[in-house]
Design a protein around this ligand. Sequence first.
Ligand code: ZN
Length: 490
Amino acid sequence: MRDLRTRLSRITDLNHAAALLEWDQETYMPSGAAESRARQVATLRSLAHELLTADETVTLLEFAVPDSDIDADLIRVVKKDVTKATKVPSSLIAEMAEAAGLSKGAWQKARQTNDFDIFAPHLSKIVELAVRHAEALGYDETPYDALLDQYEEGMTTSQVQSVFSGLKDELVPIVKTIAEATPLSDSIVHGHFPKESQWKFGLDVAQQMGYDLNHGRQDVSTHPFSTAFSITDVRITTRIDPEFFNPGFFGTLHEAGHALYEQGIDPGLEGSPLADGTSLGMHESQSRLWENLIGRNRPFWQHYYPQAQEVFPAAFGGVDFESFFRSINAVAPSPIRVEADEVTYNLHIMLRFELEQDMIAGRIATKDLPREWNDRMEAWLGIRPENDAEGVLQDIHWSLGAIGYFPTYALGNLMSVQLFNAASDALPNLDQMTSEGRFEELLSWLRLNVHQWGRRRSADEILLDATGSGLSAEPWLNYVRKKFGDLYDF
Ligand code: ZN
């Protein structure tokens, strides 16, 4: 067992070293170093892959005698990792990496020039490779199952379909009702918000939530993210817009939510492949819980709005609580996913989930994708993108070969409410504590029920144990009906 642990910790170290290089690439690396950096990351990742799939690892796994429950979980989880990693021939991995490299450049150009035709042949290639990838990985019902499983282990397409279809049927009319109601003004959050003040205010709140800067730090990047190199080094990045309050502040809360998950993993798992979030959906549930269920609720701002008024006197000094609160919760269908509000966001995801399945199944030809995209946007959100740059070309994911990734965003939203409701049941004073800026008990509950497990428990198991039920859209819908029914009078 000791030999296995040592070997797995070396693999983990290689992966974390690669992650550190990637973090540096997005934060401090001079732009001219992109090529050498890509090579260095690829070297570390392929060394880790070779070590993981080597005969010696397989033998060690076969004969390992677990000393504890953690060992038993480690053997089970890593066996699965090895099986998956060996199913895909290295020639296909290389082909996918090359296609993604070329496709990313084409996508950037296509988006800049608003010309889908530049990206179309690359996307066709990506889809063809995704189908071959799925065939190599294997699946029970549909190739999409294998793609989804890479990001949300154990979740099947039909499970997601059944949850999403109920969600869509309920949500489309809600969005329509809100679109027809008197709009809430969000003009208050647009104004002058000095960068340094935003930086400090956001980070102060993140620390009060429990984000530990002895084991973390915040830097600037174009696309905010969080990343971990060990349980003791979990970093976040943010992007500040001096004219718009929301991206910097709520982005910081979001990434800090991800970071709290990684910082809360049982220290006993340090250095092992178990010391990671269990799925992307579960990870997103943690970021969304802090960003939306805490950060966009009333009790939170009862505590923080007076502080925000002091920090941003020009923008908020003369604005009453209610106007501010409405302004951070304004709903307005927009073509852009990353700018979407809490209510419409899931529709953006479901649109991509449907289109991905259609592409993988060959039901939609690449050339018809822009029209299909726009038609569905119009049917669901009541708006039609003016061009492909703000339509089908807006996201980077497909250009990188990431098909099956999008659903995890919406799954995270749904899980966040299920978990928050369970935490509220367990902590009857949660609102009171939030209104005093006290988050220790909520964080302890999340650590106990979600964070500590790392990959020892699946997302399904965590959800079932913590909430008593499996994945469901109903709690999220009830939350939206109540919160936005109050704000929009329906
Ligand atoms: Zn996230």
